[in-house]
Write a protein that binds this ligand. Structure first.
Ligand code: LMR
Length: 327
């Protein structure tokens, strides 16, 4: 009898150990935007590719719309091992590195093609490693697009922004950008923007067409100025502890799926920059204002001094490389 129970116990242990060995690696992917956005679509594509190719070995769970963590908390959670992947906007890393602030400089990139050239060039690729001292790994850039200004009042010249409150991401460069036009910037999480606008606690905000559309900001902002004054892109990140803990083959396969998902997300980004803008125009809820060259030049002149202010932290060489990507 004793022999039998010993055998049963051994069997249970073996089965238990095998089950534990076979448990798939879990990747929680947390983000703050809606699913019908470039980032939402990229994350879902990544989940689907992993499911197709690595079923039973790796499982990706996507948490959109700040359901798991807001962007201001997600990196801390990642370092604690509570989430494995995220793609915060490049404006949300200043606690971890100063060099990524380059992407927030106003009127730096003339269009998304220039952004792509910079990111894929040597300077941009080097920046992927800028978080390594903090235990984070940059896995790749993802596009959203150029930012527009929305407000309760028409913004045609910088004077129209004077004294108005604008929500910004947690970035000192963006703070300086709005202070340069004598506006009042407020750092707030993405999940609060709609309510802040709806209740008129703030007057305006800056964002891409896809975020303005998918989070319905256009329904509570009567004017959107097509300013294209800056870029909102993402860095897909993971923790070094998680990434280096994977075995080599699995890491290679996961990275391959991610690269393909990013390509897909970039296609969605390019598409949505025009279709979401059109959908907003068609809604009749918000008037889209275009700037004359002279009006735009006023914004450039007011905001460009911000570059000098951050040149020391970012590096003059890096800024030069970004300018060169405009060709
Ligand atoms: C924002 O906070 O406005 C954006 O970073 C949201 C996002 O992730 O696109």
């Amino acid at each position: 009898m004793r022999l039998l129970s010993a055998a049963v116990a051994t069997l249970a242990l073996t089965v238990g150990a095998q089950a534990a060995m076979a448990a798939p690696v879990e990747i929680k992917f947390s983000h703050v935007v809606a699913e019908n956005t470039p980032k939402g679509q990229m994350a879902n594509k990544f989940r689907d590719l992993v499911e197709e190719r690595l079923a039973g070995k790796v499982e990706v769970k996507v948490f959109p719309s700040s359901q798991l963590f807001g962007d201001n908390k997600v990196l801390e959670a990642m370092l604690l091992g509570d989430v494995q992947m995220a793609a915060p906007s490049l404006s949300k890393f200043q606690k971890y590195t100063k060099s990524l602030q380059i992407f927030d400089l106003p009127f730096l990139f003339k269009d998304m093609e220039a952004v792509e050239r910079f990111q894929q060039g040597p300077a941009g690729q080097k920046l992927l490693g800028s978080l390594s001292k903090k235990g984070l790994v940059g896995l790749g850039y993802l596009h959203n697009g150029m930012k527009q200004l929305s407000a309760n009042n028409p913004l045609k010249t910088p004077a129209d922004a004077n004294g108005r409150k604008f929500r910004i991401m947690t970035s000192d460069v963006l703070q300086a950008q709005f202070e340069a036009v004598e506006a009042v910037p407020l750092k707030k999480p993405f999940s609060e923007v709609f309510t802040l606008l709806q209740t008129k606690a703030i007057d305006g905000q800056e964002n891409t067409w896809s975020n303005i559309y998918s989070k319905k900001f256009f329904e509570v902002q009567p004017y959107i100025t097509e300013s294209n004054h800056g870029v909102l892109d993402y860095l897909v990140v993971t923790s070094a502890e998680f990434w280096m803990g994977l075995d080599d083959d699995l890491r290679t396969e996961i990275k391959k799926a991610l690269d393909e998902a990013i390509k897909h997300g970039n296609m969605v980004a390019a598409e949505k920059a025009s279709t979401d803008k059109q959908a907003i125009a068609d809604s009749g809820r918000s008037e889209i204002l275009t700037l004359t060259d002279a009006e735009r030049q006023q914004w450039v002149e007011a905001m460009k001094p911000v570059w000098k202010k951050f040149e020391g932290e970012i590096g003059a060489d890096l800024i030069e490389a970004a300018v060169a990507s405009n060709k």
